[in-house]
Design a protein around this ligand. Structure first.
Ligand SMILES: [Zn+2]
Length: 505
């Protein structure tokens, strides 16, 4: 029975330690360091439960002194190195205060027995500990306003940077009304593992994929695109909203709103974004106001697509209900739009390769196409322009080469989700094959195609020559049966330090 009790204690301790190690790995702590630290924690747990396992003369007190102290110190060091953020100060002081007060209570209760001298000594210690506890508690309370002020300063400085970026030269006036215009907005970059982006056919699938994300730190930076659409009938719209300045530059503050777990599970340097890449700045520099944006089509809930939602005070957010019902991982991005969500019914009948669609305005100008797989409610958005259509891919396929889904594939969730993802890719292939006036616009394309898109859409809409150039570019990368042409297969090129590159061969 006793051994069962010990195992019952060991199991949760190991689970908590494993979760903590995963967090540290997510934060890029070197693997050898984590192995040593993990062994230390394991040794401590076993040593405390079965002291004799570590040597015949080993006792719990010795284990605590030999392994407990280094384990506690390294835990603290790792916490301060990769987790600590300024808003933790009041919590840390509060915890220290509680510990001191509890210590005072224990010493005080024990102090009633023994000789007069010993009792006096214990009382003194209890008073000292109690005093320290009260002082730490007071400091914790006082630090709240200091920490708040610090965060306000960071945000005010960001707001100032954004303001200056709007005023920078290069801003232009909006064009004449009349035709649909689409502006690709490069809202910063995100750092991802190469395999997560390109390794779907090399074992990056399901649980294996997630495990490899922890172990394999061959990382690349890929762009995050959102798209602004100026429509003569339906006003100003967006497909996705990209990343915001706060998300990238006040990461812990932004994700701290979702509680400690959000902060722990997101990487501090996941996003890179300069002030002039922020959605508000880019929209203003194109001659528009974010308040004019009336509709956002959100391809899916992930945070590199939803980060700009907090900047859009009036927009209705159209997204697939399945993504919302599945649960939003970082609700803070959605906090201000919760009352303005609209879920399509997908009851407008089939469209080309898609059995279901949603003709959003009822005039065929914007059609939503379900492409589940990357997320349960992922959708693509088809926007008709004059003489051409744009198919906004979201994360159905990350880049142009990903259209060769049998040769290049992003990490997939596994099981039925992988099957759905591949099915969505094939529907997209069929749509692009039959509608030759349609160009795919990606959310994370890091190939030369992104430059071709930027040039074709520099004035908001591609003319016949621009459209032809994009389709021709597609033909140089992909064969008519959706295979990669020679020289187009991606591979990882490590750099000396930090983030590597993608090359094609
Ligand atoms: Zn994405």
């Amino acid at each position: 029975m006793k051994i069962l009790c010990k195992i019952a204690l060991l199991a949760p301790a190991l689970a908590v330690s494993a979760a903590w190690l995963v967090v540290l790995r997510l934060k890029d702590v070197a693997a050898p360091l984590l192995v040593a630290y993990g062994l230390l924690l394991l040794g401590l747990a076993i040593g405390l439960l079965w002291p004799h396992a570590l040597g015949r003369r080993s006792t719990r007190t010795r284990v605590l002194a030999l392994l407990g102290a280094p384990a506690a110190l390294s835990t603290l060091a790792l916490y301060f190195a990769v987790v600590f953020y300024v808003t933790d100060v009041p919590v840390l002081l509060g915890l220290a205060s509680a510990a001191a007060l509890a210590g005072a209570l224990v010493v005080g209760l024990r102090g009633r027995r023994g000789t007069a001298g010993a009792t006096a000594g214990r009382t003194r210690r209890a008073l000292l500990l109690g005093g320290a506890g009260l002082a730490l508690g007071a400091l914790s309370g006082l630090s709240v306003s200091r920490v708040d002020r610090h965060r306000r300063d960071v945000l005010a400085q960001g707001a100032q940077e954004l303001k200056e970026a709007v005023r920078a030269p290069g801003a232009r006036r909006r064009g004449a009304v009349g035709s649909v215009r689409v502006f690709p907005l490069h809202t910063g970059d995100t750092v991802v593992t190469y395999g997560q982006f390109y390794g779907g056919l090399d074992g990056w699938e399901g649980l294996t994929g997630y495990t490899r994300t922890l172990l394999d730190k061959a990382q690349i930076a890929v762009p995050v695109y959102a798209y602004l659409i100026d429509h003569p009938l339906h006003g100003l719209m967006m497909v996705d909203t990209g990343v915001s300045w706060e998300q990238a530059n006040d990461h812990d503050g932004y994700y701290g709103h979702g509680g400690m777990a959000s902060r722990l599970l997101t990487e501090r340097h996941e996003y890179r974004l300069t002030a002039d890449q922020d959605l508000r700045v880019q929209v203003a520099r194109l001659g528009y106001d974010v308040k004019e944006i009336s509709t956002v089509f959100l391809t899916h809930v992930h945070d590199d697509h939803a980060g700009g939602l907090r900047s859009l005070p009036r927009a209705t957010v159209v997204m697939d209900r399945r993504d919302w019902d599945e649960g939003v991982l970082y609700p803070y991005s959605f906090d201000l739009v919760k009352e303005r969500l609209s879920f399509p019914a997908f009851d407008s009948g089939p469209l080309l390769a898609f059995p279901h669609s949603q003709d959003h305005f009822g005039d065929g100008s914007v059609v939503l196409l379900p492409t589940p797989g990357h997320s349960p409610g992922h959708m693509c958005v088809l926007v008709r322009m004059d003489g051409a259509s744009a198919l906004f891919m979201g994360d159905t396929l990350y880049t142009l080469p990903h259209l060769a889904v049998d040769e290049v594939r992003q990490m997939t969730i596994g099981g039925a989700d992988t099957a759905r993802q591949v099915e969505a890719a094939r529907r997209v292939q069929r749509l692009l094959a039959s509608a030759t006036d349609t160009v795919p616009l990606f959310a994370h394309d890091n190939t030369r195609y992104r430059h071709a898109v930027a040039s074709a859409f520099s004035q908001g809409r591609p003319d016949a020559a621009g459209l032809l150039a994009l389709r021709r570019h597609m033909d140089t990368v992909l064969t008519p049966d959706w295979r990669l042409r020679p020289g187009q297969a991606p591979h990882f090129v490590p750099s000396g330090a930090g983030v590597g590159e993608v090359a094609f061969r």
